[in-house]
Design a protein around this ligand. Structure first.
Ligand code: C5P
Length: 227
């Protein structure tokens, strides 16, 4: 069985491809975000898929409903396994995203971003939000009500979200850090083990693997930590 780890390839093309070639598609999935996609384009999805990986296209669509629906269709045509939209785009936009995949033979999972794990209490207060966790929970409910497959959230929010929305509602958690490693620009972090214990379905992990001197060893040690 593939591990729940999704490695975030926030790298330039050659480094991303070299790293992918050193990893095993039976062990992890890969995430392509705005850095890699903007510099290489859809070709990188083909290249990673040809290596046998499930690809999560993390472009966090957030626009008017028609634009998001057309973007979701275009991303689905690339054969990605998972993609995401911002839940703060509202219910009409979320519904349009989901409906854009109706009738596809092998539709991607569509996941809603709730609150970015990099946001601090001060950051959210500045944009008029008082409580990060309550806001994440309310955006997760909106995602579920409009038929998304799951959400991206901090591991700290998983337990409450699963209790409210059911264990089958997928939770994808970035911000994974061990207690002795740098948080980088992330705020709401959790260890891999803690995230799994709280019920997270997938863990998105970037720099702790990609910036490690031995990425394969780092991935293996995280897999050991959670098994
Ligand atoms: O390097 P690090 O482990 O912090 O990478 C986390 C990845 O997850 C990044 O690619 C980032 O874009 C992504 N992400 C996130 N928070 C979200 C959604 C995606 O950190 N809410």
């Amino acid at each position: 069985m593939i591990s729940p780890i999704i490695v975030a390839l926030d790298l330039e093309r050659d480094l991303a491809l070299d790293l992918a070639k050193s990893l095993d598609p039976n062990n992890c999935r890969l995430k392509v975000g705005s850095q890699l996609f903007t510099s290489v384009g859809p070709r990188v999805i083909e290249e990673l898929s040809a290596l046998g990986f499930d690809v999560f296209l993390d472009l966090k669509f957030h626009d008017i409903p028609n634009t998001v629906a057309q973007s979701v269709k275009a991303a689905s045509n690339l054969g990605v396994w998972m993609l995401n939209v911002h839940t703060s785009g509202g219910s009409t936009m979320i519904k349009a995203a989901k409906e854009a995949t109706t009738g596809l033979v092998d539709p991607p999972l569509i996941i809603g971003v709730t609150m970015l794990t990099s946001l601090s209490k001060k950051d959210v207060n500045e944009i008029g939000i008082q409580d990060i966790s309550n806001q994440a929970l309310s955006l997760a409910s909106l995602a579920k009500k409009n038929s998304l497959d799951g959400i991206v959230c901090s591991a700290n929010d998983v337990r409450r979200i699963k209790e409210l929305l059911g264990k089958d509602f997928i939770t994808v958690t970035p911000g994974i850090r061990s207690s002795n490693s740098s948080k980088d620009d992330q705020s709401r972090v959790s260890s891999a083990r803690n995230a799994i214990e709280k019920g997270a379905d997938y863990l998105v992990i970037g720099r702790p693997i990609t910036k490690s001197t031995n990425p394969m060893e780092s991935l293996d040690s995280i897999i050991k930590e959670i098994s």
